[in-house]
Design a protein around this ligand. Structure first.
Ligand code: C2E
Ligand code: MG
Ligand code: MG
Length: 570
């Protein structure tokens, strides 16, 4: 009776257990490790899911293993061997397995070994659970964490992981790292809004994909920075060729098409010591070099760039002290009217100089961009204006003349609140009539808050200052654009003047039409960087009214101006 009752209890318990496992969707596996082929039992729910329900139990281990995804096979074999060898007592593994509809299921399999008295494995008992949903969510999260939402390219992390995956186990990295940065992208965002900016970036990403070989690893790094890794590419000329389609490209957006110009930096890696991070840094350095030296071009990393970056860093560090340590001073370069055969000085341009005790003379072309980035241009610019006004007001020679002193003004200064009021108070403090101060701006004022900048220029002009557009001919400006600007003087950049004496006469013809158009629009025109008398003669012939350059006068100290120019502007 007792035995019967015990049997019944056992049967009931087994039934419960069977139902419980079937409902919980957990599969139970029980494998006999002593028999050849190590056959095993699997609960019916899982036999069915895997399409093995037609086979007699126990099933062959191989039949089961064949259904596992090839990518997870090596890992599974390794773990299983470790388990049998006694290196681990628990077996835990995630893999994909084909179900009865030939779809991949992700399963988590856990098992443990039962051994005999001698420690020999005799039985393996385990469970399997469907974790597909979890895995898919995890993979989606991983995708999001490694991809850029806007362009669907990899992001920085995705890029680094893709590189790490390629170069496992001390295998040397060979190939080209490229960093691409779109020049002046902010302009599009500011002028046309972020939606158009996004379209522009997406179009650029598509262009990147189309321009590179299939095996290139591409990523978006920051707002307008992109990364590429081109495996095996080691040749400098081939690298520069590869960049060509990126230097300038016309991209379509719903607001029209825009030219994207980019600067790039390559690091060609032939298994040098370092990490992918350090290789990338070198490519970034080369890209920064391109930005400074020659936009819309690409450079290949060279160790000397490191020294230049160190210098830029030092400039950044020291510049903040330069003003209070009185390391800054001004030089003045005369501007001449050239209509008559004897030229006469009609003004001076104030040019900022920095003599640093540790860095020596630093060119404004080097430190002005740093001053702009760090906003130091605001106190420095104000100092320049005060210094120039003071100098000019104290110059007896200019009294009663129409000569001007011109000061270069950065767009940051125009954008700073109360700029025109500060100019007014400087003029008052220095007792200089506003008509004797000019400011020089570049067309970069059209790139940020053009309306505001135009309003400030109008205020200054109403006060009596003259406004020059500096470096004309180096950027994108067109005459239609120019008409919007309240300017009095057009300063034509040296790069055009350099060419006017060339035999092909193209630059001369261009300059001549600039002179004529300026006359129509009511601008005075100044040719910058006149270095030889051929240029001067030609400029005079085509009716250019004024010039500035080493031929007639180099930038000089305030004392030199006092000595050399007993009378000006008369
Ligand atoms: P910029 O305003 O176009 O000034 C003219 C530059 O050309 C000056 O260089 C001048 O020395 C140089 N130059 C003049 N004539 C000749 C010539 O015949 N041949 C050659 N090769 N060069 C000539 P610098 O002084 O190095 O200034 C470079 C730029 O730095 C200036 O270009 C201006 O954009 C900026 N800068 C200078 N001082 C200031 C300042 O006080 N504030 C701001 N914001 N920028 C300044
Ligand atoms: Mg200037
Ligand atoms: Mg200039």
């Amino acid at each position: 009776e007792e035995l019967k009752a015990a049997d019944a209890r056992l049967a009931l318990s087994e039934e419960r257990f069977r139902l419980a496992t079937e409902m919980s969707e957990i599969g139970l596996m029980d494998s006999d490790l002593l028999q050849p082929g190590q056959p095993f039992w699997l609960s019916y729910n899982w036999l069915y899911r895997l399409g093995l329900d037609h086979l007699p139990l126990p099933i062959e281990r191989d039949t089961y293993i064949q259904r596992i995804h090839p990518q997870e096979q090596p890992e599974r074999t390794k773990k299983f061997a470790a388990l049998l060898a006694g290196d681990s007592s628990l077996y835990e593994m995630e893999y994909r397995i084909r179900d009865r509809e030939e779809k991949w299921l992700w399963v988590l399999v856990r098992g443990s070994i039962i051994r005999d008295e001698c420690g020999k494995p005799i039985r393996l008992i385990g469970t399997m659970t469907d974790i597909s949903e979890l895995k898919n969510r995890e993979m989606q999260r991983y995708y999001q964490a490694t991809h850029d939402e806007l362009t669907s390219l990899l992001n920085r992390r995705g890029f680094m992981e893709a590189i790490a995956m390629r170069f496992t186990d001390r295998q040397p990295v060979t190939g080209a790292f490229l960093v691409v940065d779109i020049d002046g992208f902010r302009f599009i965002n500011d002028v046309h809004g972020q939606e158009v900016g996004d379209e522009f970036l997406q179009a650029f990403a598509r262009h990147l994909k189309d321009s590179f070989p299939q095996d290139t690893v591409l990523a978006r790094f920051g707002a307008e920075e992109y990364l590429a890794f081109c495996p095996e590419l080691m040749d400098a000329a081939a690298a520069i060729n590869l960049f060509q389609p990126l230097a300038v490209v016309l991209l379509q957006t719903s607001a029209g098409s825009f030219a994207a110009r980019s600067s790039g930096g390559f690091f060609l890696c032939g298994g040098q010591e370092g990490t992918p991070e350090s290789y990338l840094q070198k490519a970034v350095l080369a890209m920064h070099h391109a930005k400074i030296v020659e936009k819309s071009a690409c450079y290949i990393y060279e160790p000397s760039m490191q020294a230049m970056a160190v210098r830029r860093h030092a400039i950044r560090e020291r510049l903040s002290q330069a003003l209070q340590n009185q390391e800054l001073f001004l030089q003045y370069q005369p501007i001449y009217a050239i209509e008559a055969i004897t030229e006469r000085v009609i003004g001076f341009e104030a040019l900022l100089r920095w003599r640093s005790p540790s860095l020596g003379m630093v060119s404004p072309a080097e430190f002005i961009p740093v001053a702009e980035e760090t906003n130091l241009i605001l106190p420095i610019g104000e100092w320049v204006m005060r210094e120039a006004c003071q100098f000019f007001s104290g110059l007896d020679a200019q009294k009663g003349s129409a000569a001007t002193v011109s000061v270069n003004v950065s767009v940051r200064q125009l954008l700073s609140p109360g700029f025109s009021n500060r100019v007014r108070s400087i003029l008052q403090q220095c007792d200089l009539p506003p008509g004797q101060l000019g400011i020089e701006v570049t067309e970069s004022i059209m790139m940020t808050d053009e309306q505001h900048n135009i309003a400030v220029l109008n205020e200054l002009r109403a006060m009596g200052l003259s406004i020059s557009l500096d470096d004309f001919g180096t950027g994108y400006s067109s005459f239609t654009y120019l008409q919007k600007l309240p300017i009095d003087v057009l300063k034509v950049d040296k790069s055009l003047i350099d060419e006017i004496a060339q035999p092909d006469r193209n630059a001369l013809l261009l300059m001549e039409s600039l002179v004529q158009m300026s006359r129509l629009l009511g601008y005075r025109i100044v040719a910058e960087g006149v270095e030889n008398s051929d240029q001067l003669v030609l400029l005079r012939q085509i009716g250019c009214g004024a010039c500035q350059g080493y031929l007639l006068g180099k930038p000089m100290s305030a004392e030199a101006v006092r000595e050399q120019y007993p009378s000006i502007g008369s």
